[in-house]
Ligand binder design. Structure first.
Ligand code: VGL
Ligand code: ZN
Length: 207
């Protein structure tokens, strides 16, 4: 079975949002094209933080971009984003979210961030995504969304390590780019981890 995994297509990651990926809107035509393809399973994720989340700079009396230790892990601090139940945490407009079969929530524990859609950053708890994919007998996973250099990257690493045939649709992703080449480097690291980095125009060859 083949799954499409759409990562964090939420208002706060789009232009005007709290943690905006400046080119985020550019992926929406690709996302809508992907949603026309014959995937067996379509999963979307939501970054879904309690308002007292430890990754929010404001909760630590620090600035976004500062780094702290959180439960023994280095944590980059972010602007307050994707607070559970807020408008910023809703799916962004411009893509057909009615096609999603299952939504996975992550980052719900205030003391641990969760870039990967499979496990928290400490690999201590799972989100339920892998169990769901196993139930559906998914062997191939196609991943797109936001942000290339955080949640997409770590989801791709975990998918590949879990033994899934992992494809990243590069034109269906955009990054935060705290450093200018972070997204480019992230795609290289995903390849090193065993994932296939493809473009949407090559999807039919790989589906
Ligand atoms: C993300 C930073 C913090 C992401 C989520 O979706 O890539 N990045 N929370
Ligand atoms: Zn987050």
């Amino acid at each position: 079975m083949k799954a499409l995994l759409l990562v964090d297509l939420q208002n706060d990651f789009m232009p005007g949002g709290a943690l905006a990926v400046h080119e985020g809107l550019e992926i929406l035509p690709v996302i809508n094209d992907l949603l026309q393809q014959p995937f067996d399973v379509i999963v979307a994720t939501k970054d879904w933080h309690p308002k007292d989340h430890g990754s929010f700079a404001a909760n630590q009396g620090k600035q976004p971009g500062d780094r702290i230790m959180l439960e023994g892990l280095e944590q980059i601090l972010w602007p307050t984003h994707c607070v559970q139940g807020s408008q910023g945490a809703e799916f962004a407009p411009g893509w057909d979210s009615s096609k999603v079969h299952k939504t996975i929530y992550k980052g719900t524990d205030k003391n641990t961030d969760s870039y990967s859609t499979f496990f928290d950053n400490g690999h201590r708890n799972s989100t339920g995504l892998f169990n769901y994919l196993k139930e559906k007998q998914v062997k191939d996973i196609f991943i797109a969304g936001l942000a290339t250099d955080y949640c997409v990257k770590y989801s791709v690493f975990d998918a590949a390590h879990l033994g899934l045939n992992t494809y990243v649709i590069s034109d269906g992703c955009r990054g935060v780019n705290l450093q200018p080449n972070d997204s480019k480097r992230a795609f290289e690291e995903m390849k090193q981890a065993g994932a296939h980095v493809i473009e949407y125009k090559d999807i039919s060859k790989n589906l």
